[in-house]
Design a protein around this ligand. Structure first.
Ligand code: C2E
Ligand code: MG
Ligand code: MG
Ligand code: MG
Length: 292
């Protein structure tokens, strides 16, 4: 490795680094083609209320590569953000989600479902982001009130006043907001008070050991109390066990998402009756995401 080569030596890239660079370039080249070649997919992970009723879903991006299979967003979102490819990809996500919402609205059983999409900081900070969302919703004809934008704390870091203003413009369209991965970033509690949010998502890293680690249990209780006093709905992500669900319910958590209830799956595999609380448990789990 070039790192180990020591000081004072002129060194070209080692074969390993050369390979890493080439594979990054290859990945970037392939990612550039992903949209034109129609290789992106949204999978939908159901969300439930306290009564086990399906209230909607989170749309999660996957890249279906003809050569390599299904690629996880963790493996290409960072590169998409670096290269700016996240901008057209993000627009595609907004468009695709709108079309899905419109399709849900056409069926009585799915009419009231909400759809949450993830929005990266770079995407949110485009000057015309509000116009993009508005135009996209106009094209699809979906009800904006059924669309929820999941923002991470990194979005707020840049310029809170601007972010709040933009959120308010989007709220005026009817769009809702969720703070994703709450607790993992750097945002201060004072932002939480100022941001026009509807929902806060407790990150799965806090949920994981909730029944065994008293610290995590205390953190989650505190998040619930604080959020509720701010008027925010709380959704717990990464709920994998019955015990976690019971703890969360007993402590007043409003909504749930996790493998216990259902994995992200292509929409074609969704049963249409959201009143069947246990319906997703019977669904075959998503194809294993491939690690590159
Ligand atoms: P996220 O928004 O926090 O999404 C939740 C992640 O947790 C998803 O991973 C989901 O599949 C996973 N998950 C759900 N339930 C469970 C569970 O019970 N246990 C465990 N261990 N994991 C669970 P995924 O699909 O790999 O997505 C990873 C991240 O990629 C997302 O985290 C989000 O930050 C990002 N991402 C996904 N789709 C998009 C997109 O369309 N745009 C942008 N900008 N980012 C996206
Ligand atoms: Mg999310
Ligand atoms: Mg999350
Ligand atoms: Mg997360």
């Amino acid at each position: 490795q070039a790192k180990d080569a020591g000081r004072n030596t002129t060194r070209f890239f080692s074969p390993a680094m050369q390979m890493a660079i080439e594979s990054r370039m290859a990945l970037e080249a392939a990612l550039r083609q992903a949209l034109p070649r129609d290789e992106l997919r949204l999978h939908y992970q159901p969300q439930f209320d306290q009564n086990g009723r399906c209230i909607g879903a989170e749309a999660l991006l996957r890249w279906q590569r003809p050569d390599l299979g299904l690629i996880s967003p963790i493996q290409f979102i960072p590169l998409a953000e670096e290269t700016g490819l996240i901008l057209p990809i993000g627009r595609w996500v907004v468009d695709t989600a709108g079309a899905q919402l419109k399709a849900w609205e056409a069926q009585p059983a799915t009419r009231s479902l909400q759809l949450a999409i993830n929005v990266s900081a770079r995407q949110f900070h485009q000057p015309d982001f509000v116009a993009q969302v508005r135009d996209s919703l106009e094209r699809s004809g979906a009800n904006p009130a059924r669309l929820k934008l999941e923002l991470t704390e990194s979005v707020v870091l840049e310029n809170a006043d601007l972010v709040i203003e933009r959120m308010q413009e989007l709220r005026a369209l009817g769009v809702g907001f969720s703070m994703d991965d709450f607790g993992t970033g750097y945002s201060s509690l004072s932002y939480l008070k100022r941001l026009p949010l509807d929902q806060l998502k407790i990150d799965k890293s806090f949920v994981r050991d909730i029944t065994t680690d008293p610290n995590d249990a205390a953190i989650v209780r505190a998040i619930l109390a604080m959020s509720h006093s701010l008027g925010l709905q709380v959704l717990a992500e990464g709920v994998e066990t019955e015990e976690q669900q019971i703890f969360l319910r007993e402590n007043g958590c409003d909504a749930f998402q996790g493998y216990l209830f259902g994995r992200p799956i292509p929409i074609g595999k969704w049963p249409l009756d959201p009143n069947q609380s246990a319906f997703v448990q019977t669904i075959a789990s998503e194809d294993r995401l491939r690690s590159a």
